[in-house]
Design a protein around this ligand. Structure first.
Ligand code: 6GU
Length: 220
């Protein structure tokens, strides 16, 4: 998979893709991630990327030209262009699975007070990561990219994500490791019973219980 990100603040990405599982996925050639400063595409003599809003109002608005030209430069036949915006569709694990099957993703990080409405016309998808406002799309794009890359076949063992929270719309069951008793807290008996059928039933039950208690909306 190839991922391109358009951002005015490429420095925000440094380090994030250079650790742990994403780093390994890049090194193994399973994904390539490139950050592009769309200011480099501005045709303005001062490399301007924003202007005042028509109709008046506070703040600056990202203009079409640098973003249109940068996307035109990167777009291929199978590219999916994704706009990060708080008024987009709220991101879910099911979308992460969908996107993990794509060949090429282009993320556009908005900033400042907003972007020219016409930028939406070159996007296939608009995504928000939740009902709160970030200063820009950068952190949202990092969260989304992380969730996608771990689902690319071979990046982590499939067994590690078939049991993830949100698969089947359920939260994860509780897990424990050694020691059997820590600070007076014991590992549930069933997990050391060796009875795999019982363990599977217990996990399903706990998943349901936890989802009912914490996220009843997922069960609706
Ligand atoms: Cl994708 N962008 C911004 N600026 N704020 C957000 C968001 C995205 N998702 C939630 N809040």
């Amino acid at each position: 998979m190839k991922i391109d990100v358009l951002s005015l603040f490429p420095g925000m990405f440094s380090g994030v893709f250079e650790e742990s599982i994403i780093k390994r996925a890049i090194n193994e050639g399973k994904v390539s991630i490139n950050i592009h400063n769309f200011r480099d595409f501005s045709l303005d003599p001062h490399n301007k990327v924003d202007d005042t809003p028509y109709g008046g109002g506070a703040g600056m608005v990202l203009t079409c030209q640098p973003i249109f030209d940068c996307v035109k430069n990167l777009r291929e036949e199978d590219s999916i262009v994704i706009l990060l915006t708080p008024d987009g569709e709220v991101y879910k694990q099911s979308k992460a699975y969908e996107l993990s099957k794509c060949k090429h993703l282009i993320f556009i990080c908005g900033h400042y007070e907003g972007f020219d409405e016409r930028i939406r016309s070159i996007c296939d998808l608009e995504i928000s990561i939740g009902d709160y406002v970030l200063t820009g799309g950068e952190i949202a794009s990092m969260a989304i990219i992380d969730s996608i890359v771990r689902l690319i076949p071979g990046v982590i063992e499939e067994e590690s994500h078939v049991n993830d929270s949100f698969n089947d719309n359920l939260l994860d069951y509780p897990t424990y490791t050694k020691p059997r008793v820590y600070d007076g807290m014991e590992v549930p008996e069933v997990l050391v019973s060796g009875d795999h059928k019982k363990i599977a039933e217990w996990r399903k039950e706990e998943s349901l219980k936890r989802t009912r208690e914490r996220r009843p909306d997922l069960l609706d």
